[in-house]
Design a protein. Sequence first.
Length: 287
Amino acid sequence: MSRAADLITFNEATSAEAFASRFGTPDDATARLLSAVVGQVHELIKEFRPTQEQWRKVIDFLTEVGHASDERRQEWVLFSDLVGASALVEEINSRRPAGATPNTIRGPFFRTDTPERALGSSISLDGIGEPLEVEGRVEDLDGLPIPTAEIITWQANAEGYYENQQPDLQPEFNLRGLFRADPDGRFHYRTVRPAGYGVPGDGPVGRLLAQAGYPLHRPAHLHFVLRAPGFETITTHIYDESDPRLGEDALFGVRPELVRPFETDGRSGTKVSVKFVMIRARPGKSK
Ligand SMILES: [Fe+2]
């Protein structure tokens, strides 16, 4: 066969194949992934049939996302988070047996240097907001306590802001704490009720989604990381059941088992009870 006969003529039907056929080692993982991504892009172009001008706008948007990213702000991560890609990767990689507490994404406000506090103490250093008591238990799949568990929590204040977003307004480490479970796996601390908040809408990703009427909101929640020797680390949330916007979490973190009632009785104020179920570390799955 002549060399000319081997050539794949580039047209609408063959475009992805023409690209894929040029890889020297088509079985290489990078080649396979690139071929798949480019194949999907070609499919999208064929479906939506953009003009050159419209395609230019797509490239302009991607350029802007890059320019909006620096060491303090990662617009690409925000993009991945807001389109559900981060949650999907999390879901695929940290599937747990039924009954175990699911993982959700950590979000951008975690601090590794959270100070340890005594059980029962308050993490609200400025005392502003509606008092809330959090009590919980860390256990294994058989319901046995994990007394060595470390509970790290962080949350927004009553106005929906994290301490590291407002370094001039909130005391350092406000609404953050590291606790150690007691011999029965239990812990409790005092705080204030968190408010929901908007995700950054001032960059290219937020502007694009807001323009399309897409909600950029997170319902009220508490963040947790649970650690214990021999167990898989859990990164998760607890959501306030009464938040009317539970169904539109911009980061796709809401799972039924993570939604809890924040119950108020006249005498003791508002309280939420939580239970975290950890599983033994699995080979190759450590975090
Ligand atoms: Fe949050």
